[in-house]
Design a protein around this ligand. Structure first.
Ligand code: 5GP
Length: 205
């Protein structure tokens, strides 16, 4: 029997560039995980294609999917619903392929409860480390501005708690490289590998 695939969740604060990093990952030919296309009630933006970027749904359709428990998670974000189709995720994982979700933080929290052994990656804004520099070098910025940034940073640090890895989005190519390296490492984790050898030994006696 084939091993199940890995559920990879990329999340992080809004505006951090999750979508851009995800698109960069899937534009590379050697990416061998499957992107789970989300459902949303927001209108398509120019150039977006139904079934490629999202499955675009009406509010009624979306609410009926919630009722039928067809969503692994969902959240309301800036007045629109976003959610992950559960059947696609389960079927793809069962076929042994890795599934990649790019979702906002409330959704990631729900997924963590249902898939505690998923791989949760937090995409962090470079502003966190910039902030560190500014504080160390005491730049020319006003106290208020620094305080606002500190509050934001505090919130972001709190959000990080749920995740296994933190990737700073300083440069898209670097963030992509780090995410791919994390996935490779995760597949080599002892807890994930050992069961296969145990089964092999049992079969061979
Ligand atoms: P946008 O409207 O810019 O495409 O996406 C807005 C936000 O929704 C982004 O933070 C994106 O990561 C998030 N998002 C996209 N799909 C899903 C999903 O299926 N579930 C959740 N919870 N968030 C999603």
């Amino acid at each position: 029997m084939k091993d199940k695939g890995l559920l990879i969740v990329l999340s992080g604060p809004s505006g951090v560039g999750k979508g851009t990093v995800r698109k960069a990952i899937f534009s590379e030919e050697d990416t061998n995980f499957e992107y789970s296309i989300s459902m949303t009630t927001r209108l398509p933006r120019e150039g977006e294609v139904n079934g490629v970027d999202y499955f675009f749904k009406s509010r009624e359709e979306f609410e009926s999917l919630i009722q039928q428990e067809k969503l692994l998670e969902y959240a309301e974000y800036v007045g629109n619903y976003y959610g992950t189709p559960v059947d696609y995720v389960r079927e793809t994982l069962d076929s042994g392929k890795d599934v990649f979700l790019e979702i906002e933080v409330q959704g990631a929290q729900q997924v963590r409860k249902k898939f505690p052994d998923g791989l949760f990656i937090f995409l962090a804004p470079p502003s966190l480390s910039e902030l560190e520099n500014r504080i160390v070098t005491r730049g020319t910025e006003s106290e208020d501005l620094i305080r606002n940034r500190m509050d934001e940073a505090r919130k972001e640090l709190e959000m990080m708690n749920l995740y296994d890895y933190v990737v700073e989005n300083d440069k898209i190519e670097l963030a992509v490289e780090r995410i791919k390296a994390i996935v490779v490492a995760e597949h080599c984790r002892r807890e994930r590998v050992q069961g296969r050898y145990i089964k092999m030994l049992e079969a061979g006696k």
